[in-house]
Design a protein around this ligand. Structure first.
Ligand code: PEP
Ligand code: MG
Length: 602
């Protein structure tokens, strides 16, 4: 329900209601709430009477016309921005919309089976998709997702539901039960002031995107969508995980002042972006960035990244049009990153879809009870149907090695068989290029993410067959502590400095050192100021993080000495609980006088 913006001083509204959730992206946002309903639409099924048939057909045709107008508008916008590939896709969607099979079949169902337009549409879409499936041609099979996309648009028009991606007014605070990573990446472009959700955890991809774009966010609030209405005034304190609904004037003034101080601190740190990341006693640390989209590169470099430590290429698959990127698109995207980097290295992770990152490549084919433990990531890539897309990406990455230095990284490797299977596809891609006379660098480094306890346990075996490790702590924590990273009900157990995590990380670093291969951390831990001294003390010299975290992490590195960091590790190695470790790390910050807003006196 929407109502006019609330006057916080009137008596009929909730005032100064404080809700505690999980801090997901720091910063303070103040703005009006904008509620978004992203639940999946259920298709209503109704039988209709003979005298209702004509109206139902009319309703269907109106929805078709509405959909056509919307596509036309999107096309015009694309034309202005000369995005010809997207333009062609929208054109294709219009063709499907007008296709006589779709239109006649749906109308036929309404007339002859006397069912409502939504149900008739659903049956038609399923039938057309079935026909495409039966054609032995990748092109046609891929067109299934276009039919889905068009079907969803008509359905939303029939039901009077929002047909566009979420488009809140600038400076709004978006309130949702949950947001997909794809929604979130649209939202930051809409310049919202904050995000708050019922669901989610600190390392859900939604939270990661919010951090990457400096949008204050609090997740895991459990029932914020029922406590807030569109138009309510909200304060989002992303550092403390607090949301205040309809704050009084005093509270607004207090938070504005806090926001001003944080902005000054951030600007001061940013001025140091060209200084080297080197400890006070001369140890070099490489600070690189995690990116989800190629256009984040300038931002990363501006924040002091000396390369890219993790390019999450799966976001190429998570686009508004449900399009599956081909070899050319992979190649162009990666080359554009390498060209911008001008000789600095980019680590490109092969696409890691599944769990909370869905795309038309997965569609509804694999409904799973435990998606994080299911057919995702490298497992998905190695299936018969997805393997060709995986090979297309690997061909593109090998080709891109002539645009600049890159490293290829496989995600979610559980053991040697999987690594060898992935490498076999890479070898096939290389042989093909060889045969076609297409140049590539045969010495392109190949590495893996260490994200599962099994990979840690056999890291000595894996180390013999790869050039580098990158520890994906987001998933490593999830799988080691058995805590779903997107589940707000267990987020209190998601503890990066759990003694078990420290032992696991130490084992990976020691193994990599013994086998003389590079090792980095690219999970969110790398950009968490409170954890950085621990990682340095454990021996890590390459940290990859959201670019916004780089200035603060660099400040910590420049204020640290290895002798003090080793002493810190000696102390925490004997501790038994998370709270003991946290307390010692806190004291470390106070004793070495590192200035960071995350550490406040106890
Ligand atoms: C990780 O798991 O730590 C990681 C960096 O990968 P992602 O967050 O994309 O799962
Ligand atoms: Mg991961």
């Amino acid at each position: 329900m929407t109502r006019e913006p609330t006057d916080p001083n009137s008596s009929d509204v909730v005032r100064n209601l404080r809700k505690q959730g999980t801090p997901a992206s720091s910063g303070i946002g103040i703005g009006r709430a904008y509620l978004v309903d992203r639940r999946r639409i259920k298709v209503p099924k109704r039988r209709i009477r003979f005298d209702q048939v004509e109206d139902e057909v009319e309703r269907f045709q109106v929805a078709l016309k509405g959909s056509d107008r919307q596509l036309e508008r999107i096309k015009q916008k694309l034309e202005e921005r000369t995005e010809s590939e997207h333009y062609k896709i929208i054109e294709a969607h219009q063709l499907i919309l007008h296709d006589e099979h779709l239109v006649d079949e749906a109308i036929g169902f309404i007339q002859h089976e006397r069912i409502n337009a939504e149900w008739a549409l659903k049956r038609t879409v399923e039938h057309i998709k079935g026909v495409f499936d039966a054609i032995e041609d990748d092109y046609f099979r891929e067109r299934r997702s276009d039919v889905d996309f068009v079907g969803e648009r008509i359905l939303r028009n029939l039901l009077g539901r929002d047909t566009t991606p979420v488009r809140p007014p600038p400076d709004a605070i978006v309130v949702a039960h949950d947001l997909s990573p794809a929604d979130t990446s649209q939202l930051y472009r809409a310049a919202v002031a904050g995000l708050v959700t019922d669901a989610g955890g600190k390392t859900s991809h939604t939270a990661i995107i919010a951090r990457a774009h400096e949008v204050p966010a609090v997740v895991g609030l459990e029932n914020i969508t029922s406590a807030v209405e569109t138009g309510d005034l909200l304060i989002v304190d992303g550092s403390m995980g607090v949301v205040i609904v309809n704050p009084d004037t005093e509270t607004v003034v207090e938070y504005r002042e806090l926001a001003r101080k944080e902005a000054i601190f951030g600007a001061a740190l940013l001025r140091n972006r060209d200084l080297p990341a080197i400890t006070a006693d001369g140890i070099d640390v490489e600070l690189v960035a995690n990116i989800d989209y190629a256009d984040e590169i300038p931002f990363a470099v501006d924040h002091g990244a000396v390369g890219i430590g993790l390019f999450r290429t799966e976001y190429l698959f998570m686009n508004e049009d449900n399009r599956i990127p081909n070899e050319e698109e992979h190649y162009r995207t990666v080359c554009s990153v390498l060209e911008f980097l001008g000789g600095r290295t980019a680590t490109i992770r092969t696409f890691d879809l599944g769990a909370d990152k869905m795309s038309s490549l997965i569609g509804d084919q694999y409904p799973e009870a435990n998606p994080a433990l299911g057919l995702r990531s490298i497992r998905l890539c190695l299936t018969k149907s997805v393997r060709p897309h995986f090979k297309a990406q690997l061909r593109a990455l090998l080709r891109a090695s002539s645009c600049g230095p890159l490293r290829i990284m496989f995600p979610m490797i559980s053991g040697l068989e999987e690594l060898r299977d992935a490498r076999a596809v890479l070898d096939e891609a290389a042989d093909e290029l060889e045969g076609e006379g297409i140049p590539y660098d045969p010495n392109t480094p190949v590495g893996i993410m260490i994200e599962m306890p099994s990979a840690v346990m056999v890291s000595d075996l894996l180390a013999r067959e790869v050039d580098f490790f990158s520890i994906g702590t987001n998933d490593l924590i999830q799988y080691s502590l058995a805590v779903d990273r997107v589940n707000e009900h267990v987020s209190y157990l998601y503890q990066p400095i759990h003694p078990a995590m420290l032992r696991l990380i130490r084992q990976v670093v020691d193994t990599a050192t013994q086998h003389d291969i590079a090792v980095a951390v690219c999970g969110e831990m790398a950009g968490d100021p409170l954890v950085v001294p621990v990682l340095l003390g454990l021996g890590l010299r390459e940290l990859s993080m959201n670019a916004v975290s780089i200035p603060e992490v660099k400040n910590i590195i420049r204020s640290s000495r290895m002798s003090e960091l080793h002493a810190l590790i000696d102390k925490i190695s004997y501790l038994h609980t998370v709270s003991e470790v946290r307390s010692v790390v806190h004291d470390y910050f106070i004793s070495v006088k590192i200035d960071t807003p995350k550490v406040r006196p106890k």
